[in-house]
Write a protein that binds this ligand. Structure first.
Ligand SMILES: C[S@@+](CC[C@H](N)C(=O)[O-])C[C@H]1O[C@@H](n2cnc3c(N)ncnc32)[C@H](O)[C@@H]1O
Length: 234
């Protein structure tokens, strides 16, 4: 039983998510979602690209953090530093920054097919490193990190790229078509048992290798979207 006046675990977790969400917003303050949208639209227009897969939108830090805390609480994963986070279709890098603020991952990867978005994500990575190196020098900071997670960004196609070693895969897949989702699933079969995949709106095709362990509507940059969380069970 909690003592009167002492915060319970849930309150501590929400306070931690709130604190880190403020830090996230401070890091990305000069890179609003509208900036990513315009950057993406310009490149698609110039190159005459019209695939729905390229539609731009962004995750919301606290929505992903709530799901991540669920994994820690229910499955005891990510209790020690390490592991690989990847955002498939990383845009200007907000998902990758999110990963690096959630946990002391060894590496946080982002893979983006549009060149201009990829270029902007490398800029945002510098903002992140600069901010975090100053913050971690302060005695009172909300992180227990001994090192800043390494952010690696790639201008590549997620279907060509090798992401079999990832422990946590984020896919902002609301606008991904069924063909791309089927290809992602084929590649995901190579992930280790015990790894996690989070998809937005679109589900993985029915299968017995990934168990859906959580589903809920959470705010994203455009509206609430269904978060589907899977764990690889074989
Ligand atoms: C909805 S946006 C998500 C951006 C970022 N993950 C976020 O949540 O802030 C989806 C991104 O996936 C990229 N994308 C689509 N197909 C891709 C592919 N085959 N390989 C790499 N990136 C892709 C798009 O260009 C777009 O930037």
């Amino acid at each position: 039983m909690e003592e009167e006046g002492s915060p319970c675990k849930e309150d501590e977790i929400s306070a931690m998510i709130k604190d880190r969400s403020m830090i996230y917003l401070d890091i990305v303050k000069n890179y609003p979602c509208s900036f990513g949208k315009v950057t993406s639209k310009k490149e698609r227009q110039t190159k005459n690209l019209c695939s729905q897969n390229l539609t731009y939108g962004e995750i919301v830090y606290s929505s992903i953090a709530e799901v991540f805390e669920f994994i820690k609480e229910e499955y005891g994963s990510f209790m020690k530093p390490g592991g690989t986070f990847i955002d498939l279709g990383s845009g200007i890098g907000k998902g990758v920054i999110t990963g690096a603020l959630l946990h002391e991952f060894e590496e946080c990867l982002g893979v983006e097919i549009l060149d201009d978005l990829y270029q902007k994500s490398t800029e945002l990575r510098e903002v992140f490193y600069d901010y975090m190196s100053k913050l971690l020098k302060k005695k009172s900071n909300p992180f227990d990190y001994s090192v800043i997670p390494e952010i690696k960004l790639y201008h590549a196609d997620i279907i060509e790229f090798d992401w079999a070693h990832a422990d946590f895969v984020l896919i902002n897949s609301t606008c991904f078509d069924l063909d791309l989702m089927a290809k992602i699933y084929e590649k995901a079969k190579a992930l280790k048992e015990g790894s996690y995949i989070l998809t937005l709106t679109k589900k993985l095709p029915a299968n017995d290798e990934f168990e859906m362990i959580f589903q809920a509507k959470k705010p994203m940059s455009w509206a609430d979207a269904t978060v589907n969380l899977y764990k690889k069970v074989k």
